[in-house]
Design a protein around this ligand. Structure first.
Ligand SMILES: Nc1nc2c(ncn2[C@@H]2O[C@H](COP(=O)(O)OP(=O)(O)O)[C@@H](O)[C@H]2O)c(=O)[nH]1
Ligand SMILES: [Mg+2]
Length: 185
């Protein structure tokens, strides 16, 4: 199955670095203009092959200029902010509203709080993060693209949430087949 995952959020919050970490399991120093556009990673998950298709911006978020097609047909969106920038959490409100306007209504949404390695430069309070996340029912993932902390947990959750729905659909269609063949009950 295919899963389209999109990361969106303040410029320099670490989207490109997180996607690079997911793809290559390492960190490279990026610039905000560097983007990796679309990358695919094949993952074996619960005995099924999952193609994770990850979309990165080319820095257009700096100008609040993301076309609606960016969100089209995606199953999961990580709204990204970074612990060293209070402004990045304020920006998350803007991106949340954009998503509500353009993305599918049943898209899975997550809040990624990145750069947790910057322990001496924390601007985001837990209360502010929790407040934002709970008001929009977002699961929070605290990550560091630099150290890798929390990144796998985020990917695991995306895989779990997105394959769960697919499996329900498959199960439903199987039982429908059984009904048709008269094998049900
Ligand atoms: N310390 C630290 N720096 C990071 C982390 N993630 C990204 N960066 C740095 O933050 C800057 C912006 O990262 P980038 O991935 O380009 O952000 P984007 O604009 O959201 O794609 C770059 O200098 C990265 O090296 C992280 O987890 N920890
Ligand atoms: Mg980027």
């Amino acid at each position: 199955m295919n899963i389209k995952l999109v990361l969106i959020g303040a410029s320099a919050s670490g989207k490109t670095s997180i996607l690079y970490r997911i793809q290559h399991e390492t960190f490279i120093e990026t610039t905000t203009t560097l983007s990796i556009s679309v990358v695919r990673k094949e993952i074996e998950y619960n005995n099924q092959k999952v193609y994770l298709q990850m979309w990165d911006t080319a820095g257009q978020e700096r100008f609040d200029c993301i076309t609606p097609t960016y969100y089209r047909s995606c199953q999961a969106i990580g709204i990204t902010c970074s612990v060293d920038s209070y402004e990045s959490l304020q920006k998350a409100h803007y991106w949340y509203n954009q998503i509500k306007q353009y993305a599918d209504a049943n898209v899975k949404l997550y809040l990624i709080v990145n750069k947790i390695d910057l322990v001496d430069n924390v601007q985001l309070t837990d209360a502010a993060v929790q407040g934002f996340a709970s008001s929009h029912e977002l699961l929070i993932f605290k990550t560091s693209a630099l150290t890798g902390d929390g990144v796998n947990e985020f990917v695991e959750q995306v895989l779990y949430d997105c394959t769960k729905d697919e499996n329900v659909v498959i199960e439903k269609s199987i039982s429908l087949e059984q009904v048709k063949r008269g094998k049900c009950c």
